[in-house]
Design a protein around this ligand. Structure first.
Ligand SMILES: Nc1ncnc2c1ncn2[C@@H]1O[C@H](COP(=O)(O)OP(=O)(O)OP(=O)(O)O)[C@@H](O)[C@H]1O
Ligand SMILES: [Mg+2]
Length: 362
């Protein structure tokens, strides 16, 4: 069953009814799991390399309750993948320096801080209670094993299931992710399947142990619009069935409108705005979020082309500007203020946060 939140501000559907398919105010069901499955706070990530130490994620925070989706949005290089990989404990060591809290609540109510677990402990979670879908299915699937074997591998590792049971579970999973003739397809190799099918296999691999938390990093970006829509629908349905918390990484605000309850907008490694998707998509407060929304291709017409660019470039994390990191690209920047004083992330009404010196006046 879906554990829908009781906060009407969070009650956002995935239905189609406006240019951005926002359905605000859907009736919330009364069951709320107040304790989030994932709570990230004060997350910092820096890389140590030949050129020295570079801070790429700074003080990122968000929480995801069961059955809810948080979308992590921002242009290329904003730190979305680094944040996701940090949660999964998949950043390269010792190059990546991770600090902060990454608290995961398991089914028994125990809280684990992933930032403090060893690699061996993390392996016990990954692919089981916590799973991830990567952007490029061909690089994540093994070409020499059938897709059925790959889906069922986690059941061997985490559940010690026998061969026959695993095979049956893999076939059931293939059916659940919408693959026709799952018995036959279980024996297929990745190169025998289309891109959309492979992405479904990836989803099946991630979900086979029924994770409490799923991280999906641009899972449909490489696919054509129709397949993308089907896969998003399937993911939403499977999320409902499993009551999973989902972190969904995307640069596409059209996708956010379809799938997310909450949005976290990142720019140059920082959160610049966060809050309920319905509010942020209807009335963004940060000039960067507004610029992103302006750049959203409308109503399926041109959804698949790359985002029309916001003028200017994302700053290099090694040479961040003084003041607000967005000021050089911001229509509303005030000389002497926005280029001098770094804005703090402030609380705003409706459960939102915003990092802009001028958000009250704008
Ligand atoms: N292994 C690494 N070593 C050094 N720097 C890295 C590493 N991985 C990522 N970075 C840097 O961290 C910053 C954030 O990268 P990240 O991959 O998180 O961006 P993103 O928001 O996922 O972008 P995209 O939309 O292109 O996937 C970038 O400046 C990137 O160059
Ligand atoms: Mg990325």
């Amino acid at each position: 069953m879906r554990a829908d939140g009781g906060d009407p501000g969070l009650a956002l559907g995935r239905m189609s009814d406006g240019p951005l398919n926002i359905r605000a105010g859907a009736a919330p069901s009364p069951v709320v799991d107040a304790q989030p499955v994932l709570r990230v706070s004060g997350l910092h990530v820096a890389f140590n390399g030949a050129a020295g130490r570079v801070q790429v994620v700074e003080d990122v925070a968000f929480a995801i309750p069961a059955g809810r989706t948080v979308a992590l949005v921002g242009e290329s290089g904003s730190g979305k993948s680094v944040t996701s990989l940090a949660v999964m404990g998949l950043l390269p060591t010792p190059a990546a320096e991770v600090s902060g809290r990454i608290e995961f609540r398991d089914g028994a109510g125990n809280v684990w801080d992933f930032a403090r677990l060893t690699e061996a402990q993390m392996r016990g979670f990954r692919g089981d209670r916590v799973a991830m879908i990567f952007q490029e299915p061909m690089t994540s699937l093994n070409p020499v094993h059938s897709v059925g074997e790959q889906i069922s591998e986690a059941l061997l590792v985490h559940r010690r299931m026998g061969r026959k049971e695993r095979r049956e579970a893999a076939i059931r999973m293939l059916a659940q992710v919408g693959i026709p003739e799952p018995e036959r397809r279980a024996a297929a190799y990745p190169h025998e399947l289309s891109g959309g099918m492979r992405q479904r296999v990836m989803i099946g691999m991630a979900l086979v142990c029924q994770p409490r938390l799923l991280i999906a990093d641009e899972p449909t970006t490489a696919l054509d619009v129709t397949i993308q829509a089907q896969i998003l629908n399937d993911l939403a349905r499977l999320q409902d069935e499993l009551g999973m918390a989902m972190l969904f990484v995307t640069h596409d605000l059209g996708v956010v409108a379809e799938i997310a309850h909450e949005v976290v907008v990142m720019y140059a490694g920082q959160v610049v705005e966060s809050g309920p998707a319905a509010h942020i998509l209807k009335a963004p407060r940060h000039p960067y979020t507004r610029a992103l929304l302006h750049a959203v291709p409308r109503a399926g017409v041109d959804r698949h082309r790359p985002l029309p660019a916001i003028p200017g470039m994302v700053p290099d994390p090694r040479h961040l500007p003084a003041g607000c990191r967005f000021h050089a690209r911001c229509q509303h920047a005030m000389a002497g203020r926005c280029d001098a004083e770094p804005p703090r992330l402030e609380s705003a009404p409706d459960g939102r946060t915003v990092r802009c010196l001028r958000w009250r006046e704008l």
